[in-house]
Each structure stands twice: as C-alpha cells, then as structure tokens.
Design a protein around this ligand. Structure first.
Ligand SMILES: NC(=O)C1=CN([C@@H]2O[C@H](COP(=O)(O)OP(=O)(O)OC[C@H]3O[C@@H](n4cnc5c(N)ncnc54)[C@H](O)[C@@H]3O)[C@@H](O)[C@H]2O)[C@@H](O)CC1
Ligand SMILES: [K+]
Length: 507
C-alpha cells in the first residue's frame, strides 16, 4: 500500500472529484460514512456520550457530517465547533447547515470556556486534519490541552489534530493524543514513526473510494506492506520438489557463551523452509547445536582453539557449488581478526554471487573506524538487519528525529546498494532504489533478546530458496512479525521469548 504525501492526497482528492466524477461534498459524505461504519463496529451505543470537536476546514466538515450520521443511530451526541478563525471551508458550511436542522451546536469562541468530561465519554477529534500548515496556537491550543487532560478515549478523524502528516513537529507542539486514528484511504508517513506513537495511538484505514488509477500511477518512496500484499509473495512448495530445491544455507553465528544466538538463528532458518543448513561456529558449540538442532550440519571454525570467537580464513573452494545463501553475525564477536575474515567472506560471496544477510556483530565489525571504510566490501543487494543503535554505529552519526533517520537510512542503502531492514515497530526495509517499505506485523513483545537472531535465520532461509533479496527482506520481516504475534497470543507480550517466535514460524 502506498503512503502518499499530503500534497499527493490533495491531488488524489481532486482527481477523484473530476474523474469519478463525484461532488466534493459527496466525497466528504462518503468519507464520513466510512468513519461512522468503523465507529459503530468498535463502539456500540451504550451508557456514554460522544463529544465531537470540529474545526472550520474539511476535517471539521467531516466531524459535522459524522455527528449527523451518528445521532439517528442512537448515540448521545454533543457537538462543539471551535471558532479559531473567521474562515471556513465550503464543505464545512454545507455540513453546518445540514446539522443545525438536527441538533444544537455549541460554539467555543474565546478562552472563557469550560469543558466537562466524564470517564465514559468518547471524544471524536475533527479539529484539523491533513490541512495543518503550522503549529497550533491560541484557542485551538487551549481546547486541545483540555481534551488531552481529560484522559477519556479520543478518536481522531484522519489525523490527530496538530500532527504533521509527513514532517516533524516541534517538540513543544500541542497535538491531540488519540487512542485510535481512523485515516482515510491511505496511511500517513507520520503513523510509521516511533516519535508519533503517543499521538496516533492505534491507526486504522477506511476506504473512501479515492480513484484507483491515480493511486496506482502515483510514484512514492514510501510503502506500507499490507498482509495481503506480502502473503502473495510466498512461493508454493511444488509436489515433486526435494531438499535440493530449497537450497543449502550457511549460517555463521555464535561463540563461546553466545551459542544461543546461533541456535535461534539456525532453528528459525530450518523452520523457514531451507533445504539444508550448515552452521559454522566455534568448537565448543558443536554439542549444543547438534543436540538442539539435529537437522543442521556443523562446520567447525578452523582456528577456534580458544573457542571464544570465529576467525576462519575462508576459502572460495569451501563455498563454490555449496551454498545458496550466507547469514552471518549473531554472537560472533567483534575484533580485527573477525573483521578481516568477514571482509574475505564478503569478497567470496560477491565473486560467487551468493546472497548474504549481515546482522548484529557482522555489522558491529563494520562500525569501527576501520570497519566503516570497508563497508564497500559488502556485496551489492546484501541484506543488513540492524536495530537503531547498530545502524547509528554503522553510519557513525545520530539523527535529530525519525524523519532524519529515514533520510539516513535511504542514503545508506542507495549509496552502498544494499537492503537495510531497520528493526523496530514497523520495521523499515530500505531498498537500493530509494524506496522504504514499512512492515505491518509484530508487537512490542518482540523487543527481547534473540529476536533479531530469529530474523537472520528466516531471511537466510528465504535467500537460499531463491527468493529475490528484496522479496526475502520484506517477506522475512513480515513472517518474523507474524510469528511474534502468534507467540504473544500464546504467552503475552511480556512473557514471550525469542524461542517462542521460532516455534511460531509458519510458512
Ligand atoms: N483529501 C481527501 O481525500 C479527503 C479529505 N477529507 C478531509 O479533509 C481534511 C483536510 O481538510 P482541509 O484541507 O480543509 O484542512 P483541515 O481541515 O485540516 O484544516 C483547515 C484549515 O485550517 C487552517 N490551518 C492549518 N493549520 C492551522 C493551525 N495550526 N491553526 C489554525 N488553522 C490552521 C488551514 O487554512 C487549513 O486549510 C482531511 O484531513 C480529511 O479529514 C475528507 O472530507 C474527504 C476526502
Ligand atoms: K483530526
């Protein structure tokens, strides 16, 4: 699903009005109806009052139309119009006239207002939407501060009022803190970013029938990978296939005291459909891995006498005609010898065109001053899976906000021609073509030790099966999240562990 800018949404709106064709006021009616349908499904009539706060533009117009539609359905309504300006939109005016016939509207015209909220109230925020052009001040600011203090359920129409859809707010800005945001047709970039979580709450999309052709033909750098889109990427397993069909993966992971990382990645790899798996790790890890995962083969690190790190002088003969994918990083440790051996590994994979996943310590080895100058050795189209701290170390600089983080992410991915999965809620998968794809699955329970190792295993397995790197990244991240969602259903977010994610992988 595309994420369009405010400007693009405005054009989509105009295009729909012209080409469907539909009158602007009827499009607003359709949008408001879509909101109402969502609302009725989620909030059955009962012992509570719905308080709608309307601005003076089209977002306010939506609010008035929503009030008109909800009242006959049995909701106890109170409608407030905040008169912060003399200007109103045409659709607002039309909807105001329509509603005035049905109920008494209350006006908030100056700072001498008092609002009373009771615990069960539900507030619908239709003050400002995507038309926001500056930080909120004056009367609107006072009203929003009052609403936020009420601590009752707040539902925002299209956008939490005061939040910019595709650029950063000032840290002191006044913004509605919604529990739910019900957005029209497409998600906004702001919804994807951790810095906006307390304003957006849980977001939902309702279809308002914007013109499909326009959306299809509009270019954007941002995408939200919906379950429907991603699930289509899974290749069916053919009846006459054998284990050779699904590739042989090499996983380089673990060290003394860090064998859990290797086991988690390896188990996840096997659960994700790889034909064969070899794990390359330290000597002391052999009994651990062979006991916990008899399905995998073991390749002992050549010079791991002290058995506390992997530092193999990789040789091309060990790779050619052997492996279809290499995953490297979880628990391997960081030092100059390991980095040298990683550089050699990258060289071999590049020459033999073996796709790679680099995670955790593989990335940390490229995050020292010397390491950064060797980043260009990472083969094109490799998949890197850092969490934000690892990414910051890799690029050697911090970002001022989440928008700048996305810019750095895109820059890095384009410059090095690699795929970067920046992990977090809505993991961002940046492709070398400059696009960023946000993931839709997963939950906060996945912020637990070993969760990243599981992702490495999944993506390595997909590469070994011949999935194109960009598909392996987007699908792998999604399936990892789905497995995490299943694990959290069973154990709860707080109690789930990375091994529960592994046991819930299902392709
Ligand atoms: N684009 C679409 O597809 C549709 C949009 N609709 C609604 O229209 C909304 C956008 O409407 P508008 O463009 O009228 O904009 P808003 O209703 O968000 O804002 C109204 C006006 O307020 C002024 N304003 C901006 N920032 C302000 C501030 N900080 N303080 C005071 N005034 C400020 C601007 O002049 C702006 O045009 C959407 O969020 C959505 O709710 C729907 O009605 C139907 C379809
Ligand atoms: K709003």
């Amino acid at each position: 699903m595309k994420i369009l800018s405010v400007e693009q949404i405005r054009v989509a709106d105009a295009y729909t009005i012209q080409h469907e064709p539909i009158a602007s006021i009827d499009l607003m009616e359709r949008a408001s109806r879509a909101f109402v349908n969502w609302f009725c499904k989620n909030f059955e009539t009962g012992n509570f009052k719905v308080k709608i706060f309307c601005g003076l533009g089209d977002n306010g117009g939506d609010g008035l139309a929503i009030a008109r539609m909800l009242q006959p359905l049995g909701y106890d309504m109170e409608v407030f119009v905040v008169k912060y300006s003399d200007k109103t939109s045409e659709n607002f005016q039309i909807n105001l006239k329509r509603l005035e016939r049905q109920l008494t509207i209350k006006y908030i015209e100056n700072e001498h207002f008092t609002l009373h909220f009771s615990e069960n109230d539900v507030i619908i925020d239709a003050l400002l939407g995507s038309g926001l052009s500056r930080s909120i001040e004056g009367l609107l600011k006072s009203v929003i501060e009052n609403i936020n203090r009420s601590e009752v359920t707040i539902i925002s129409v299209d956008m939490p009022s005061g939040l910019f859809a595709d650029k950063s707010n000032n840290s002191t800005d006044t913004i509605i803190k919604a529990i739910h945001t019900v957005a029209f047709q497409l998600p906004k970039l702001a919804f994807m970013l951790p810095q906006n979580e307390e304003f957006v709450g849980e977001w939902h999309i309702v279809d308002i029938g914007l013109h499909k052709d326009f959306i299809q033909n509009t270019e954007t750098r941002y995408h939200f990978s919906t379950p429907k889109e991603v699930e289509k990427l899974i290749k069916p397993r053919k009846k006459f296939s054998h284990k050779g069909t699904f590739g042989h993966a090499l996983l380089i992971a673990g060290s003394h005291g860090m064998m859990g990382a290797a086991v988690l990645a390896a188990r996840a790899c096997m659960r994700s459909g790889v034909g064969k798996l070899t794990v390359h790790s330290v000597k002391s890890g052999l009994p651990i891995l062979q006991t916990l995962l008899p399905e995998a083969m073991y390749w002992e690190a050549w010079n791991s006498k002290s058995s506390d790190f992997i530092a193999t002088s990789f040789h091309v003969d060990d790779f050619s005609n052997h492996f279809q994918a290499v995953g490297v990083g979880p628990g391997i440790g960081v030092n100059g010898i390991i980095r040298t051996s990683l550089e050699k590994l990258c060289e071999i994979c590049r020459d033999l065109a073996i796709p790679m996943v680099l995670d955790a310590d593989a990335l940390n080895n490229f995050s020292t001053e010397k390491g950064r100058s060797a980043i260009n050795k990472i083969p094109e189209s490799s998949i890197l899976t850092p969490h934000p701290k690892e990414f910051r170390n890799l690029i050697g600089k911090s970002w001022k906000d989440d928008y700048e983080k996305l810019d750095f992410l895109r820059e890095f991915s384009v410059r090095n021609k690699v795929i970067v999965c920046l992990k977090g809620a809505n993991t961002a998968v940046a492709l070398p073509d400059g696009t960023i794809h946000f993931n839709s699955s997963g939950n906060a329970g996945m912020a637990t030790a070993g969760s990243g190792d599981v992702l490495t295993g999944i993506i390595t397995a997909l590469l070994a099966q011949g999935y194109e790197p960009k598909v392996a990244a987007i699908l792998g991240v999604y399936q990892h999240g789905v497995a995490g969602d299943r694990a959290s259903e069973r154990f709860g977010m707080t109690s789930m562990m990375a091994s529960d994610i592994v046991e819930n992988i299902r392709f």
